[in-house]
Design a protein around this ligand. Structure first.
Ligand code: C2E
Ligand code: CA
Ligand code: CA
Length: 604
């Protein structure tokens, strides 16, 4: 475990923050302030009463902002729910919780993985009960990566150096003690050897288990170990002969296998994902081991091992950011040479002008009566040579370059036109159309006018349009976002908070924003009914929405079991492959005609 060291010299805090039972010579104060871990105390109700300098340095928060505020506010929504539904009650009954894995949101909104241990000290004469929290920075993955890269550098220098690096790696223990798989050093040695042999078809997949911390926390480390062993065995069974499976860190595995190109790597990643998502029974409870997978193929030339590992690591981060439980492939055309990106960007700009964008629509079904109440419009690009491209293949580029404004304008107009078309069809006259807004669109001063223009141009009643904004984009510039949402509300347009639970939207923000709907992220829905942690999170999201008086939509519903669990919790609307994949407009009309007034029929 790595701990933090304060970046600033010792400066004891004000008298109010110093433990009252400490000696008065300042020695204890300095120890408290500059201990190698974060240290906080809270009231029984979770309000912060003291915080040490180490924690402030680590997170960038100011002492005056933290004192008196709730500890839970320092956690992203998912972790906050975990804290308030699991850890805090346990603390009240047993008096302590140890090593709860959470992320702490720093002042700059970046997240710091942390291990929190808390102890409750009962009320004594003259002192109220308090809770003492010790916060350690969780193991820094980057440090491991640096070591690995250094070893690879050495390995690539010469045959001798490689042999030496391999020998060193072997001495460092090539195997992970729990699973017996190669560890990071072992993987580096294998990868170095494969590339040194001149192979040009080496694929690397990084497999990161989603919410592993929740399993460990709710079922205990023995169950966590069992899950890891199951995952190791499943990965081993799913790869081809000659492939290497390694364990990189607590919940992170890697596979090195022969892959001719990125599509082969994607195919392999999808196979692995499928192998992993079969339920595992732990401690009598069924758990779904959902994972995020990043894949990359080694580029030609020197430094290949280092680049392919980096590319796979970046891809897996993207998979997690995009909602977990998914595969992301490092596509050299997207992140490769500036010239390639520029070409693709040019093609996209022309493609938008030439009418190559398409909209697919995914039905949203009301649980109460199974009626089709809306659709989400999802963009596709019919590329002249590369076929129908999914948003993941071009949205990021559009977002980074600013072209997402033109793309977003096209989507808005096309979706409103489509909705107006349906509004005139008695079979689906009440179907709402939801449109995704990028952060740039949300902060664009012309947004409200663009929406107004589209509505009046196609004569669509405003209440049939819903705009989906992510939690993250609301938090990016809350003041502007709030003003924009108020203006949209005045128009009568609905607002939905997308990917809810994955970002950092404080409850205060949510109350301030006039939103109509929370869309519970797919990563939580996946584990519903199978994982205790995910079930608790989804239930808390539904309750939160009910408390705020807004509708809940659950996305990514794939099984009957998930549908039933959502219905039992009182979730309003569901969307997912169980009902339909995103489809073309005429298929929606057909769908509406068949399902209007009937109970929800799972897709066949
Ligand atoms: P999102 O807004 O979270 O959209 C939901 C994604 O989940 C869609 O992927 C949908 O096909 C997929 N999905 C729905 N149900 C299920 C299910 O049961 N199982 C699984 N495994 N997946 C399901 P898609 O169409 O590839 O879109 C990906 C993302 O691209 C969207 O995520 C959204 O962030 C972005 N996007 C799509 N269209 C637009 C657009 O017009 N504008 C902007 N700015 N972003 C868009
Ligand atoms: Ca969406
Ligand atoms: Ca979403």
């Amino acid at each position: 475990m790595t701990t933090t060291t304060p970046a600033t010299p010792a400066t004891p805090g004000g008298a109010a923050e110093v433990p009252s039972d400490g000696p008065s010579d300042g020695g204890f104060e300095a120890l408290f302030e500059h201990a190698p871990c974060g240290y906080l105390t809270t009231t029984d109700g979770g309000r912060i009463t003291r915080v040490n300098e180490t924690f402030l340095t680590w997170t960038g928060h100011r002492r005056e902002d933290l004192l008196g505020s709730a500890f839970g506010r320092l956690l992203p929504v998912g972790d906050r729910i975990l804290w308030s539904t699991h850890s805090a009650p346990q603390l009240g009954t047993t008096g302590s919780v140890s090593e709860v894995v959470v992320e702490v949101v720093a002042a700059d909104r970046s997240r710091r993985p942390a291990l929190v241990t808390a102890t409750r000290v009962p009320a004594r004469a003259g002192a109220d009960a308090e809770v003492r929290l010790v916060v350690f920075a969780a193991p820094e993955r980057r440090a491991h990566e640096q070591e690995l890269i250094a070893a690879l550098h050495r390995a690539e220098e010469s045959e001798d150096a490689r042999a030496a690096a391999e020998g060193e790696a072997r001495r460092l223990a090539l195997a992970d003690p729990l699973t017996g798989l190669p560890n990071r050093a072992g993987l580096a040695a294998h990868l170095g050897a494969a590339l040194a042999a001149g192979r040009s078809d080496v694929g690397v997949l990084v497999v990161d288990l989603d919410h592993f911390a929740v399993v460990n926390e709710s079922l205990g480390t023995a169950a966590g170990d069992e899950l890891l062993l199951t995952v190791a065995a499943r990965l081993g069974a799913a790869v081809r002969e000659g492939a290497v499976v390694a364990r990189l860190s607590a919940d992170e595995f890697a596979v090195v296998e022969r892959c001719e190109d990125v599509e082969a790597a994607r195919g392999l990643a999808e196979r692995l994902l499928e192998a992993l998502t079969a339920p595992v029974v732990l401690d009598g409870l069924e758990v779904v081991a959902s994972a995020s997978i990043g894949a990359a193929v080694a580029p030609p030339g020197p430094g290949a091992a280092q680049r392919v590992l980096h590319d796979a690591a970046v891809a897996v981060q993207r998979a997690k950011a995009r909602g977990r439980g998914r595969v992301e492939v490092h596509d050299p055309t997207r992140t490769g040479a500036a010239a390639d990106r520029l070409r693709l960007l040019g093609e996209l700009r022309r493609g938008i002008a030439d009418g190559q964008l398409r909209l697919h629509h995914q039905p949203q079904v009301r649980l109460r009566d199974g009626r089709l109440v809306g659709v989400e419009a999802l963009v596709r690009w019919q590329h002249p040579t590369r076929g129908l491209l999914a948003p993941v293949q071009f949205i990021e580029l559009a977002e980074q370059s600013g072209l997402v404004r033109e793309l977003g304008a096209w989507v808005l107009d096309a979706a409103v036109a489509q909705a107006a078309d349906w509004a005139r069809d008695p079979g689906c006259a009440t179907v709402e159309v939801a449109v995704n807004l990028s952060t740039r669109q949300l902060t664009d001063p012309g947004l409200v006018e663009a929406v107004t223009t589209a509505l009046s141009r196609h004569r669509l009643p405003a209440h049939l349009l819903v705009l989906e904004v992510t939690e993250t984009s609301l938090a990016a510039d809350p003041a502007t976002a709030a003003a924009t949402l108020v203006a949209l509300k005045e128009l009568g347009v609905g607002v939905s908070v997308d990917d809810f639970g994955t970002g950092y939207a404080s409850l205060t923000y949510l109350q301030r924003f006039p939103v109509d709907e929370l869309k519970i992220d797919r990563s939580f829905v996946t584990g519903l009914g199978a994982s205790d942690g995910d079930t608790a999170i989804v239930r808390a999201c539904v309750q939160l929405a009910q408390a705020l008086g807004v509708r809940t939509v659950a996305e990514g519903v794939e099984t009957e079991q998930q549908r039933e669990a959502l219905a039992a919790m009182g979730c309003d609307v569901v969307q997912g492959y169980l009902f339909s994949r995103p489809v073309a407009a005429d298929a929606v009309q057909q769908w509406a005609r068949e399902r209007t007034g009937t109970t929800a029929q799972p897709a066949t």
